[in-house]
Design a protein. Structure first.
Ligand code: CTP
Length: 219
């Protein structure tokens, strides 16, 4: 396997409300860290942009971030051969971040939050992709609808979309295992059996190498 520059995003972003609170999600970063580790074991050069503090293979270059904006800035500086975007990036963030802790005494009637959209990092990457770059997206769904997923793959402009139904037992957040369906450019949906996240990482990296082989040399 020819050594590649691989970018991986991982973990759930945290969008601050005030200095002590944030809007977050259940992603732990395990799937992304498994991909980064496996890619490093294969001898690739790996940049992992992550919100997670999980241990990684010593050869992985780790960039720790918290918010969608920080993740985007970290990704902006990298032009990889392959990008595998496993992060659960917030779609919305509080429009304003309170400079001091929000006090309940000042909000007796309850608190109304206004949220604004975050930037879509993967769509931005796809918009400026180099000819032979391979992009892999993840979609965590709570109802696996293939027609919707095909539309999402095309809209995101990725070569491979990895679908997982996060409500399925043994799959998704906080799990050691995952059951995914790979959605290819051809529209073909390839369901994989339940396996460890390391084994899923293997499968995904094998597909990436195949995609690069069919799309020609990287340089
Ligand atoms: N993604 C990203 N930046 C965002 C949102 C998502 O890079 N601001 C990436 C994720 O890392 C993942 C894929 O896009 O690879 C998920 O796509 P998307 O469908 O936008 O996320 P969902 O929240 O599942 O979308 P929807 O709300 O439409 O179901």
């Amino acid at each position: 396997e020819e050594p590649l520059e691989i970018l991986v995003t991982a973990g759930g972003t945290r969008e601050p409300l005030d200095p002590v609170r944030y809007l977050g999600n259940r992603s732990t970063g395990k799937m992304g860290h498994a991909i980064a580790d496996e890619a490093a074991r294969r001898g690739h050069s790996v940049v992992l942009v992550t919100t997670s503090g999980l241990q990684t293979h010593p050869a992985v270059e780790v960039v720790r971030v918290e918010t969608a904006m920080e993740m985007r800035e970290a990704v902006d500086g990298v032009s990889p051969d392959v990008a595998v975007m496993t992060a659960a990036v917030a779609d919305f963030r509080p429009r304003q971040q309170a400079p001091a802790k929000i006090k309940k005494g000042e909000h007796q009637e309850g608190l109304r939050l206004e949220l604004e959209r975050t930037e879509d990092i993967l769509t931005e990457l796809a918009g400026q992709r180099a000819p032979h770059q391979v992009l892999v997206g993840f979609a965590a769904e709570t109802n696996a609808d293939l027609a919707q997923a095909r539309a999402k793959r095309a809209a995101k402009g990725v070569d491979l979309l990895v679908l997982n139904d996060v409500l399925e037992p043994g799959a998704g957040f906080e799990s050691e295992t995952n059951r995914v369906t790979l959605l290819h450019r051809s529209g073909q949906a390839e369901p994989l059996p339940l396996m460890s996240k390391e084994a899923v990482a293997h499968q995904i990296l094998d597909r990436v190498v195949q995609l690069l082989a069919t799309s020609g040399p990287t340089s």
